[in-house]
Ligand binder design. Structure first.
Ligand SMILES: C[S@@+](CC[C@H](N)C(=O)[O-])C[C@H]1O[C@@H](n2cnc3c(N)ncnc32)[C@H](O)[C@@H]1O
Length: 381
């Protein structure tokens, strides 16, 4: 079909031609595409309706070029990852109270509501105001759902009379609409203000964080949260720049200039963007606080279901479950004197999305889900 993104996709894949039609709209933003990366071309296809609405543009030749357009639909959809397995693992009592700490576009919440009985309740949180406004119609039509703008680290103060909970779900990371909207500043694929805050009303933007941080602190963050080999080189280039960075496109270009060899299929700025996003949103601290709080909120038999998208998150979850699962008491002593037993037990093995899901939704490739069950040891009842 001439003039559609599909045509660009097949042209690049089959003939490795260095041009394609792509999504566009007017405005100062832009998109990066690696024309040799089929994952990105699939992403491009995902936006085909937008492209048709706005008309095609030509990409400049070569890898990692910035095009003239931006994806800016505030209602761009998010395809939930591990939807059925996560809700299968979470929901054990249709009359129970549940918490979805990462509402996003409500994919998991809808599935939970679909399986809950009339007495069941769901409290959903998200720190992103766009996520909350996207869920207004759902809350208006279903009295079992309470949707609040809040950080999941504050789950203990938010949960109130939902406690004891039969299940807590965290589907970590960012949603597709956050990535797709250039003005949110999360994406190296689309040029926008260098922001990256999930809650744009709190904390500092990525640009402010970079301006306020020393070269050493930036390098440490890139290494720790991005596992970036060229962290020092990138940090030096950021601090030596004549003017402070204010746009995602500037940062993506700067990083591409510092990384001699990009990893196959990955934009060179992937690790840097991940690290800065983690820093700006205090993502690992948020996760740690939510995990610590969650154990006291779960009823005996209640499930904790966590979907992570990178090894730092997953490691934290794995260690937490292991720590809570190890009896803190002394096993050599008789039970009465041994101290409290485990508060959580891992359920099954960590689960990944199957091939079919990964094909349909490239985000699913890095997802890993861990499930744990609350034991009766000191549980809320
Ligand atoms: C991967 S998306 C969730 C998608 C959702 N499960 C769905 O099916 O639509 C992650 C969401 O969690 C939110 N989020 C991330 N960290 C958060 C935190 N610390 N507190 C509250 N929400 C957070 C993001 O704003 C984003 O909307």
């Amino acid at each position: 079909m001439p003039g559609t993104p599909r045509e660009g996709n097949s042209a690049a894949r089959k003939n490795n031609k260095k041009k394609a039609h792509c999504i566009t709209s007017s405005g100062a933003g832009g998109l990066f595409f690696d024309m040799e990366n089929t994952g990105q071309l699939r992403e491009l296809q995902r936006h085909a309706p937008l492209a048709r609405a706005n008309g095609p543009v030509r990409l400049r030749a070569g890898r990692w070029r910035l095009s003239a357009g931006t994806v800016s639909s505030p209602d761009a959809s998010h395809v939930p990852v591990l939807l059925k397995p996560a809700v299968d693992a979470l929901l054990t009592d249709p009359s129970g109270s549940y918490l979805d700490g990462t509402f996003g576009r409500g994919g998991h919440s809808r599935e939970i509501l679909g399986r809950l009985g009339p007495a069941g309740r769901l409290l959903a949180l998200d720190r992103d105001p766009d996520a909350i406004s996207s869920g207004q119609a759902l809350t208006a039509g279903d009295s079992r759902l309470t949707l609040r703008r809040a950080a999941f680290a504050d789950v203990a103060s938010q949960a109130g009379d939902f406690v004891p909970l039969s299940g807590i779900l965290l589907d970590l990371g960012v949603s597709s609409p956050q990535l797709d909207r250039a003005e949110r500043g999360f994406s190296f694929m689309a040029d926008g203000p260098l922001d990256m805050r999930m809650d744009p009303d709190s904390g500092v933007s990525a640009a402010e964080w970079l301006a306020a941080s020393s070269e050493a602190d930036i390098a440490a963050a890139l290494k720790r949260w991005g596992e970036e080999r060229f962290a020092r080189r990138i940090a030096r280039a950021i601090k030596n720049r004549a003017a402070p960075l204010t746009r995602t496109g500037e940062l993506a270009e700067l990083v591409a200039g510092c990384v001699p060899r990009a990893e196959p299929g990955k934009h060179p700025a992937t690790r840097t963007f991940q690290a800065i996003r983690i820093a700006v949103n205090a993502e690992l601290e948020q996760l740690e606080q939510a995990l610590e709080a969650s154990v006291d909120l779960l009823a005996p038999g209640g499930r904790l279901v966590i979907i992570s998208f990178h090894s730092l998150e997953d490691r934290l979850v794995k260690r937490f479950i292991r720590r809570q699962g190890a009896a803190p008491g002394n096993r050599r002593l008789p039970p009465a004197a041994a101290g409290p037993g485990p508060r959580l037990e891992a359920v099954g093995k960590p689960q990944r999305a199957d091939e079919e899901e990964c094909r349909a939704n490239p985000r699913a490739r890095s997802a890993i889900m861990r499930v744990a069950v609350r034991t009766a040891q000191g549980a809320a009842s």
